[in-house]
Design a protein around this ligand. Sequence first.
Ligand code: SAM
Length: 408
Amino acid sequence: MTNATADRAAELRDKLADELISAGHITAAQVEAAFRVVPRHAFVPDGTPMEATYNADESVAIKKDERGVLISSTSAPFLQARMIEQAGIQPGMNVLEYGSGGYNAALLAEIVGPGGRVVSVDIDQDVTDRASAALKATGYGNRVRVILADAEHGVPDLGLFDAIIVTVGAWDIPPAWLDQLAGDGVLVVPLRMNGVTRSIAFHREADHLVSDSAEVCGFVAMQGEGEHIDQIFRLPDAHGHHIDLQFDNGAPENPGLLNDVLATGRTDVWSGITIANGVSFADLHLWFVSFLPGFCRVAAEQGTDLAGERGTWFPFGVVRGDSFAYLAIRPAAEGAGFEFGARAYGSHGQEAATAMVEQIQAWDHSARSGPAPTIAFWPTGTAPQIPDRAAVLAKAHGLVTISWPAMS
Ligand SMILES: C[S@@+](CC[C@H](N)C(=O)[O-])C[C@H]1O[C@@H](n2cnc3c(N)ncnc32)[C@H](O)[C@@H]1O
């Protein structure tokens, strides 16, 4: 690398750290210091533009599978910063990262310092080889141990960790992670709950885990034994295109009823609930996950009517028999942003749209301005205490509860 390139990288690193601080993604001095020194460009593929590499919101693709699906990436810096902060990483800590790439592990090594330990595990040898080489080239070779293994089974020979950071989308929390989490340790995991993922920082409370924070995020999916395959129903339209309805659990028993749904008329139901431009309504997604039976994700192929209406709807849907509805917005009265509603197809479209609108109204009335929900994980074999106003999601290794505090 030329001196000019190294200078440019150092400049962009400082700019990135400044941006992450001013956006509130970095609050801790040790995290700031790490972002100012670790050369992110040394961990992304050659030829990746420097500006993209150091863009706070951009992830960088590392590997796709034979179908073209992304299976490894260097996560966006804002998310790496958030997750490290969620884990409260401090000098001297013992940290286990699931999902390698090298950059995040190098940040962790900077923070834990010589008195700490960083282990990074990936299921894909291309990834572990690449990460090991980049860590070596940047001087972190002896400060991070990279291991080829399936996260599902942990790394039992390596004892307990103060923090486990999972950097791959998980559907469940396998026993191995809890077995290797120190009593007062923190587990940060992007957990998929009925199709909606949050990076959750969990601490232990007796026999279960309770969330301290949850951040909106997106991740490549877990492979190996912990892989979870969603059920996808493909709905053809009249022009040879399709819409996919994707169910994480709770898929309808008779999806064949939906086959001709796109040939039916459309129904719109509006809620009277508005939101200002640019304001997050991520808690509404979790509210749907919690309280809207038949909830699914919606994906529209290019060429469908829905794809043509991009910007007026969101990929959250609900199925009722032979009909489905999805979350929509329309401009509200002058200056009031947007009104939420639901658009539906099918002979029971009105019913599906009304079910969604009722939950928009319930969220607005009883959760929107209240505290965030608490998420808990009860491993199999424990006796879950399910609070009022809680959703229960069954996982293979336990139960997830999402509980919504009463508003004062
Ligand atoms: C988003 S990338 C990790 C990014 C990385 N932390 C970094 O600093 O760039 C997710 C990684 O998880 C890995 N992965 C997927 N399933 C896994 C499993 N069961 N066990 C371990 N790693 C897994 C993928 O191979 C992929 O490299």
